[in-house]
Design a binder for this molecule. Structure first.
Ligand SMILES: [Zn+2]
Length: 153
């Protein structure tokens, strides 16, 4: 058991009635290009329509906001994002990661981490055609780098 298993969530809220796409993603990894997870958080690659590849780091449960997380989990959420920086830059051959933060589906706190080169304009980031297998290869590459450099404990 890792230290994180002993942490509590803080103030999780009940998920909204009806299906939640992210809860379904957490429960069933079919087709998910995950790059890292622990008891509380999950990171995976995705390609929003027309956008560059991004890693999404989410809470596995619904919480009111990032501030509802216990301090240890709050700290870990951002520590994981920082730890993913190097593996993502390496795997995508980019020199920076742009970060977008928010809450979606009534309670999943997320960080979008988008590899890109500083100074890129226009079609910035790493583009792939959806469903052509490249995401699987990229996710494996990120996992291998995480495993090799042991950036996340
Ligand atoms: Zn959910």
């Amino acid at each position: 058991m890792s230290d994180t298993d002993q942490w509590e969530w803080g103030s999780p809220i009940e998920p909204p009635p009806g299906p939640c796409r992210l809860c379904a993603t957490v429960a069933d990894r079919e087709g998910l290009h995950y790059v890292w997870e622990d008891t509380y958080f999950l990171a995976f690659l995705t390609v929003p329509a027309g956008e560059a590849v991004q890693a999404v780091l989410i809470t596995k449960r619904h919480v009111d906001s990032i501030y509802a997380l216990h301090q240890q989990l709050y700290n870990r959420f951002f520590a994981v994002a920082r730890a993913l920086d190097f593996p993502l830059r390496q795997a995508f051959g980019k020199d920076s990661i742009s970060v977008k933060f928010g809450t979606i589906f009534q309670g999943h706190v997320y960080l979008n981490l988008t590899p890109s080169n500083s100074g890129e304009v226009g079609r910035a980031g790493y583009h792939v055609a959806p469903d052509d297998g490249q995401l699987s290869v990229l996710a494996e590459s990120v996992r291998n780098i995480i495993s090799r450099v042991k950036v996340i404990t």
